[in-house]
Design a protein around this ligand. Sequence first.
Ligand code: FA5
Length: 350
Amino acid sequence: MNLIAELEKLLSGLHADLPGVSSLAGLDELQTVYLGRKGALARLMGRLPELSPADRPAFGKAANAVKEEMVSLFAQRRKVYQTQAEDAGLARFDPSLPGRLPGQGTLHPVTLVMEEICRILVNLGFETVNGPEVETDFNNFQALNFPPDHPARDMQDTFFVREGVVMRTHTSPMQVRAMLEKGKPPVAVIAPGKVYRRDSDMTHSPMFHQIEGLLVDENVSLAHLRGTLTFFLRELFGPQVKVRFRPSFFPFTEPSLEVDMSCILCKGTGQRVIGRGGKEPCRVCKSSGWLEILGAGMVDPAVFTAVGFDPECSGFAFGLGVERVAMLKYGIDDLRNFFESDLRFLKQFI
Ligand code: FA5
């Protein structure tokens, strides 16, 4: 049989085979049989050298025409199957079903509390400043009146990066940075951020958040500090909160204070009501009725001197632990919950 006749036979063969195919996969298979690299058409075209040079152009032309027709036959058939598959999909699609919304994230409870604290303090006139978490020993300790080897450094178990460089143990170095930057009073800043200490238990975490506050101006007194912090805590926890100030020690404030507020869980009574009229000792304040909430004091003249301010300046500073505030606000008794990324916990704070 001459080769052109074989081409025609091949094409009729395809016409005969196509109706027997019932799926896209079957169609792919048949396409490989006819049009694959080693398929029937390729094999036939490989026989070109059998023809005399004079017959070759006619065969080439016929082979191309057959190939085109085969490609088009397969394409038409494929379209039929695709349309059928789409129709089947549409038949299963119920346009009256409600859409699926993408999962919505929530702000972390520590972020929520941090934002609320900053909002209250910014409304009082403080400006928010930010600084690095890797800090010089000078800013973190020395300028804050912690000389090298001073025992007060032990209160803040430090991660050292290298000689003279630490992970900041508190946000107080921002006092130094803010005063150096402003150059002279007045300074009224708050500095929220992460801090690091070698601590880890139910109420201590190696990374936690603090917010520092600093006011330097003329004639700033302890009364201003007291009024500011009492107002702040009542805004944050409610007007019923009682606030008390106890003497304490920080190298960078004199006098230094620890600020307590009445326990919001037992309302300062030391006892929590359980069941019908029953009572049990409050675990959160250990029955004392008071909770330690922040450290504060009047800026020590040594700090003013370290940053080139007149040591006769007056100012107050305070620093609070954000996780502790969040624990009280949301009644959480283990601080580690904040860092475990458990969505069941985190989703409760929308
Ligand atoms: C300070 O860090 C001082 N810089 C605060 C200060 C600022 C005093 C300005 C005076 C003037 P203290 O080490 O007490 O102080 O820490 C402050 C608060 O951070 C604590 O009351 C507590 O709420 C929180 N805190 C301390 N260590 C941890 C920890 N490991 N995990 C979580 N919170 C902590």
